[in-house]
Write a protein that binds this ligand. Structure first.
Ligand SMILES: [Zn+2]
Length: 178
């Protein structure tokens, strides 16, 4: 077990070294990442994110569920309350799924997954929980249906836990504002 004293020591090193004071509450990269809780898929490492560069939502599978959408709506309010820190330019929502995802193990618990996606269990096939290439396309589609905003792109990536490489499955696509 990693113990908390060790974490406190690592934090002291961080605070004395790479910590950057004065970062904005608004992500400097105009970017949000939605990704899985899997410890191998830390977007800071996998995508080389800098401090303060991206807002990150992590959940099981990195899925766009109704809860994810509600979280994004709340973050939109936070952004609106901190307009001064906004950078000009488009926003990029990056959905990051990965191979060997634990979602696959949940396929045998359809009632849990149905609750998670807030859909009837007989519609679960449409969520492609066992195929990250398909699931990231599904979730880009959910964003395209649910989000109406100008200057907003969505992209879908899949991380291969056996190679460390990310594949761009859906290139940055503008969300329609009507
Ligand atoms: Zn996962």
């Amino acid at each position: 077990m990693t113990d908390t004293d060790d974490l406190a020591r690592r934090n002291a090193q961080f605070a004395a070294g790479e910590f950057e004071a004065g970062l904005s509450i608004n992500p400097s990269g105009n970017m949000m990442v939605v990704c899985c809780v899997d410890p191998r898929v830390d977007p800071t490492r996998v995508l080389g994110l800098e401090q303060g560069e991206a807002a990150v939502i992590r959940n099981v599978g990195g899925r766009i569920t109704p809860t994810t959408l509600r979280t994004m709506a709340m973050l939109g309010k936070v952004g609106a309350a901190n307009k001064d820190g906004h950078r000009a330019g488009d926003w990029n929502l990056v959905i990051l799924h990965h191979t060997d995802c634990g979602m696959t193990d949940l396929a045998s618990f359809p009632e849990l997954l149905a609750d998670y996606f807030e859909i009837p269990a007989h519609e679960l096939d449409a969520k492609a929980v066992s195929d990250p290439i398909a699931s990231v396309r599904v979730d880009v589609g959910v964003i395209e249906q649910e989000i109406r905003a100008n200057g907003f792109l969505v992209s879908g990536l899949v991380y291969d836990v056996s190679t460390g490489l990310v594949e761009t499955v859906v290139a940055p696509t503008p969300v329609r504002s009507e």
